[in-house]
Design a protein around this ligand. Structure first.
Ligand SMILES: *Cc1c(COP(=O)(O)O)cnc(C)c1O
Length: 389
């Protein structure tokens, strides 16, 4: 029977979903009654801090928050973002033209290519990576030149390896530090090189900074906008999701180059009508707070990191302790693919991890573990790993 309709051809350009086999095995193992430890999802298990929830509760009772928001975001929220960027990074932003409120940063990352790319345009995209950079490019009719993130380059893209034609043609370059999935951190020197590269080749730099606040051992990862001239060539996406355990609330921001933000804003104003004002008011409370809730968050994650890394080392795994994010990018044992290893852990230990190849070809040889379960569960996971050898 022929189907009622054919989906748009662009959906056919979405790369194959590689986690199907793992998803099916997970259901099968769960059906057997196995108590599954899910280290697959990058979604904080810890709740949003109570003072933020309380601010939301008050805000949602105020009928003034019930109407359409301003598409670019409440002035008060954009001012709070500018204050936070100044305090945290020493970066000056004009709240009117250099800050845009988003319904989560994924929304902005996905819509950006519609505002900056013409069909057939080329974007430079890291791999392995958060899939949205590629998907947004595809939905705008564009193409990706992939920049592999390799251990020998500290999981930074090698800018010298971008071929001259691609460097000439590229419209935008996506990058993300602290990085999902590799947990790599970039320094200001790298960001300065990216800014120079993008200026030289007239490429829009698009930095995803979702994890700057989740860092360990006192590390304070930089913003791309700290790099000299960064604002002339690019924008940065940030989010309250990971910093304040607010993934379900959907609140983020794009900051930096005003022309690029205006292009994104024009797309958004014709698609969505902005983030719920009550959520933005709660976001202001979060950004203006003394950030002790963030420090507490990092303390808990660092404890989990130390427990998991220490335990894995004892079991003979070759693993570097991550300096930021809540991920562990674990090399798989010799002779196994990342799919094999993930399947093995699920089958024999009831542990879910993400096979690196599913996030991009150079992710082969790694699996991603998320520190988003309590310590007791990590202890149980280590205990099971010890048993299967
Ligand atoms: C979680 C995450 C985000 C944040 O997404 P939101 O839409 O703001 O919740 C952005 N980038 C990366 C790489 C992430 O892992």
């Amino acid at each position: 029977m022929t189907s009622f309709f054919q989906p748009a051809a662009r959906l056919g350009r979405i790369p194959p979903y590689l986690f199907k086999a793992i998803d099916e095995k997970k259901e099968e193992v769960r059906a057997r009654g196995v108590d599954i430890i899910d280290l697959g999802v990058g979604d904080p298990d810890l709740p949003t801090p109570p003072f933020i929830v309380e601010r939301m509760r008050k805000a949602v009772k105020d009928p003034r928050t019930h109407r359409y928001p301003l598409y670019s975001g409440m002035n008060l929220f954009r001012e709070a973002v500018a204050r936070w960027y100044q305090k945290r990074f020493g970066v000056e932003l004009d709240p009117e033209s250099e800050v845009l409120t988003l319904i989560g940063s994924k929304e902005g990352l996905a819509h950006l290519p519609l505002g900056i790319n013409d069909p057939e345009d080329l974007n430079l995209v890291p791999t392995p990576a958060y899939p949205v950079y590629q998907m947004g490019t595809i939905f705008a009719g564009g193409y990706c030149h992939f920049m592999p993130l390799l251990r020998e380059n500290a999981f930074l893209p090698d800018l010298n390896a971008v071929p001259p034609l691609e460097a000439r043609d590229a419209k935008a370059m996506f990058f993300n530090y602290p990085n999902n999935p590799t947990a790599a951190v970039a320094d200001q020197e790298f960001f300065a090189r990216v800014a120079d590269f993008c200026r030289e080749h007239r490429i829009i730099a698009v930095h995803d900074a979702a994890y700057t606040e989740l860092a360990f051992d006192g590390l304070k990862p930089p913003s791309f906008l700290e790099a000299p001239g960064a604002k002339e060539v690019g924008i940065e996406f940030h989010s309250l999701s990971k910093t304040y355990n607010m993934t379900g609330w959907r609140l983020g921001m794009a900051v930096g180059n005003r022309e690029v933000l205006a292009a994104l804003g024009k797309i958004k104003s014709n698609i969505d009508s902005g983030a719920f004002n009550a959520i933005q008011l709660a976001g202001i409370a979060a950004l203006d707070s003394d950030q002790s809730c963030v420090a507490e968050n990092c303390r808990i994650l660092q404890e989990r990191r130390d427990l998991l890394v220490g335990g894995l080392k004892k079991l003979g795994y070759d693993v570097d302790p991550p300096r930021a994010t809540f991920y562990l990018w674990l090399p798989v044992p010799q002779g196994l693919t990342s799919m094999d290893f993930a399947g093995h852990l699920l089958e024999h230990a009831g542990i879910v991890v993400i096979p690196g190849v599913g996030l991009g070809e150079p992710g082969e040889g790694y699996v991603r573990l998320a520190l988003t379960v309590p310590k007791e569960r990590l202890e149980e996971a280590l205990h099971r790993l010890g048993k299967i050898g």
